[in-house]
Design a protein around this ligand. Structure first.
Ligand code: C2O
Ligand code: CU
Ligand code: CU
Length: 502
């Protein structure tokens, strides 16, 4: 873990921090809510019925509040982000409109934080799309800054990709067109302004975009209210419960679960599809259900060839994992917690029976063969701790420089090498726009079980080398970015341009 004080000291002593501090202060000056520091959070707790503990139940009576959270754990219901209805559906196209605007949101009850949002909520509204059917989303920029919106995991034209420098100004609107020419998958839309991305996303500019298709429907996986997207986001609160942002804060202690610390979620004793997204700026999350089995059915780019049983799951920023969790294994009244290494972050309360006709097939979507390998590349990730610049192959991002030229309908082997072993090591989470890849190996060892299937983001821990096979399909030529999805690293330069040619 990078030592924050050391980094700060370096930044100050070299003067390089001056480059970054204005970025970090832009929203840090946010108006603080009326003083609520003295508020008794336990007064907010609804009464949660005592559990009649069945088998395999965590005793959560002594679960401490997460560091940085002053309330009582498991007293607030988890919010499932609302699904947005199209304004209009015409000629096979669904039209949506979303306002990007500042909003006061109570992440901690009773204590509003000043956020930047899509439609006023910390996790923006969910768009549920169908493969092959076009979605147009008009975003109205009512923010104080320019912005751009990227649909993470998509395959669209460069304009519709919401590129980091292709922003639109406050007061302007922009319509992005997504033809959903890709299969079912859990995606997310988020801000991509360079170099404000880190604080924009941190303050709430993110939401789910879920694509469904006929094949997935035919599998009879859990759906509707039993299909639940959950975004996890590492955050820091001040003593009064107000969300605070600091560029150099690399130990954000509180994990928000759909925008709330340690909420509970009432579930029926049946199977659920849980779509997990690590929406953190920086933190790698290690998750478990207290040893209980989770069946992973999809990763970043959709369904796996076959379900993968897991008792633990590691998600770096922007990675997704769809899990089937079968709560019928628990007696009514059971509490099941989703835990991160630093403690429980979400409690599932099994409180009712429900009919369950869903299934988990043994075979799902086979991975199609990749086109022939046309190139191999070494991509070195590093940080200059004196200048606080982050590099890909020794260079910071330059919008006018093409870093990688890649030929359509070929594949490439990328060795992504993280050489940041100083200061205890800095991890990276590498993401490529527009293309997908599969993980071949990490330091020569097979990838982790949760890294199977097609992906778009991969963890590259300090000192390790991950090899991926990148598939460049389609007919879209043009320039797209790849970058570290630890957003402060991206802001500090760890981003490059890929140009696709026919
Ligand atoms: Cu989540 Cu450049 O993307
Ligand atoms: Cu992306
Ligand atoms: Cu990084």
């Amino acid at each position: 873990m990078l030592d924050r004080r050391k980094l700060l000291t370096l930044a100050v002593s070299t003067g390089a921090g001056a480059l970054l501090i204005p970025v970090g202060t832009k929203v840090a000056g946010a108006v603080r809510a009326p003083d609520m520091a003295g508020m008794d959070m336990s007064a907010m707790s609804g009464s949660v019925a005592p559990a009649h503990h069945g088998p395999m139940v965590m005793d959560d009576s002594a679960v401490p509040a997460q560091k940085g959270f002053t309330g009582t754990p498991f007293t607030m219901p988890m919010i499932v982000p609302a699904e947005l209805r199209p304004m209009r559906s015409l000629f096979g196209t669904d039209n949506y409109r979303i306002a990007m605007r500042p909003a006061k949101v109570e992440l901690v009850p009773g204590v509003p934080s000043d956020l930047l949002t899509y439609d006023g909520t910390f996790v923006g509204p969910t768009i549920r799309a169908r493969s092959g059917r076009t979605v147009r989303v008009t975003f109205d920029n009512q923010l104080p800054d320019a912005a751009t919106v990227h649909l993470h995991g998509s395959h669209v034209t460069p304009f519709n990709d919401g590129q980091p420098m292709n922003t639109f100004a406050p007061g302007e609107s922009r319509t992005y067109v997504y033809d959903n020419s890709w299969p079912a998958q859990t995606m997310w839309y988020h801000d991509h302004n360079h170099p404000l991305v880190a604080q924009h996303v941190y303050h709430g500019l993110h939401g789910f975009y879920i694509v469904e298709d006929d094949f997935e429907r035919s599998l009879h996986l859990p759906r509707d209210e039993y299909d639940v997207p959950i975004m996890l986001a590492e955050s820091t609160f001040d003593d009064s419960g107000v969300l605070t942002y600091d560029f150099f804060d690399f130990d954000r202690p509180t994990i928000l679960v759909n925008g709330r610390p340690q909420p509970f979620f009432r579930v029926a004793a049946r199977k659920y599809r849980i779509r997990l997204l690590n929406g953190s700026n920086h933190g790698v999350l290690t998750l478990d259900l207290g040893g209980a089995e989770m069946l992973q059915i999809a990763s970043d780019q959709g369904l796996l060839p076959a379900p993968v049983p897991l008792t633990k799951l590691v998600l770096s920023p922007a990675e997704r994992a769809d899990l089937i969790v079968d709560f019928s294994r628990y007696r009514l009244g059971s509490h099941v917690t989703l835990n991160e290494t630093r403690g429980p972050i979400l409690r599932f309360d099994v409180d009712r029976h429900a009919h369950d006709t869903s299934r988990v097939p043994r075979r799902m979507r086979p991975m199609e063969p990749a086109p022939p390998v046309a190139a191999t590349r070494e991509v070195v990730l590093s940080t200059n701790f004196d200048t606080i610049e982050s590099y890909i192959n020794g260079k910071v991002y330059d919008m006018d420089r093409i870093d990688f030229r890649m030929r359509l309908n070929t594949s490439e082997i990328w060795s992504i090498k993280n050489i940041d072993t100083d200061f205890g090591g800095v991890d990276h989470a590498f993401h490529l726009h527009h293309v997908k890849f599969r993980v071949l190996d990490r330091d020569g060892a097979p990838p982790q079980p949760w890294e199977s299937g097609w992906k778009d983001t991969v963890l590259c821990s300090a000192g390790s080398t991950v090899r991926v096979q990148v598939v460049i399909n389609g007919s879209e030529t043009g320039t797209y970015v790849c970058h570290c999805h630890m957003l402060e690293h991206e802001e500090a330069g760890m981003m490059a341009n890929m140009e696709f040619y026919a």
